[in-house]
Design a binder for this molecule. Structure first.
Ligand code: MLT
Length: 273
């Protein structure tokens, strides 16, 4: 199930589940500062939720089992994902990403459009950081350098999880805390720099010609529903799905509802094509 690849900068690790022949391949890219554990609700339900679908779920460079890039950036992350597709023998895939993973998915579309069968943009947005946003990234980097990732955990739990999860799902909150605490400082700092320097992808949206699922938790406080409405309006062949009782980590907070939305998207928008 776990696969690894030696790239010039180091190792890339991912989970590979499902049939290898004649199947649609779906790539799921985690956000910040997560790892492939973000997609545990999709990986564990894979057989029943997405029969006949191959799932490739990497740790982006700097997280989980993947070595950080020398110079982290959305383009470098996208190129690592294409190296994974090459190693897996996959020509085209549905590229899905949550938040930072969505920034990578948009970079992937710009750099490798012929490898994209469809896109799934979840709890994410197209715009770049503004100056106050960049100042917050600099603060976050300084905090991690001074005090370690542990100093971020409470704030991230409060901002990333919706109120329903925080109030009613203590075991899930603890699982997310464990995932956040294991994020390596080097990966976190690199990804924060990469996000701070990422380009504005608003203009990219109107270049997207493939079917696109835009999905967002109704209570997402970081990339609110209005960002998803704006993306879905700009992308020609898009469908917008909102997930009740979920915040910024909708696929982890409401896996069954999100899995049903992904499965329906794959059935309607992807398989017939
Ligand atoms: C994420 O979940 O990946 C982050 O909220 C993205 C960001 O900080 O812009």
């Amino acid at each position: 199930m776990e696969q690894t690849l030696a790239l010039p900068h180091g190792t890339l690790a991912w989970d590979d589940l499902g049939p290898h022949r004649g199947s649609v391949t779906v790539v799921l890219l985690h956000g910040f500062p997560h790892d492939r554990g973000l997609w545990s609700g999709q990986l564990s339900a894979h057989d029943t939720a997405f029969p006949g679908t191959r799932l490739l779920v990497p740790d982006l460079p700097g997280f989980g089992g993947s070595t950080p890039l020398a110079t982290p950036g959305m383009d470098g992350y996208a190129d690592a994902v294409v190296a994974m597709l090459d190693a897996a023998g996959v020509t085209q895939a549905v590229i899905g990403g949550l938040s930072m993973g969505g920034y990578v998915a948009l970079a992937f579309w710009r750099r490798h459009p012929d490898r994209v069968r469809a896109l799934m943009l979840m709890d994410t947005k197209a715009g770049a950081d503004d100056e106050p946003g960049r100042a917050k990234r600099r603060e976050l980097i300084a905090t991690v350098q001074r005090d370690g990732i542990g100093a971020l955990v409470d704030g991230l739990l409060a901002s990333q999880l919706g109120p329903v999860t925080r109030e009613r799902a203590p075991a899930l909150v603890e699982r997310v805390a464990v995932m956040l605490r294991r994020a390596p400082a080097s990966g976190v700092i690199g990804a924060a720099q990469a996000m701070m320097n990422r380009p504005d992808s608003t203009g990219t949206l109107e270049t997207i010609t493939v079917p696109t699922l835009v999905l967002v938790g109704v209570d997402d406080a970081l990339t609110p529903v209005r960002d998803s409405i704006a993306m879905s309006t700009a992308v020609r062949r898009s469908r917008l799905v909102t997930i009740p009782d979920a915040g910024h980590l909708a696929p982890l907070e409401q896996p069954q509802v999100v899995n049903a939305a992904i499965a329906e998207f794959l059935d309607v928008a992807v398989r017939p094509g």
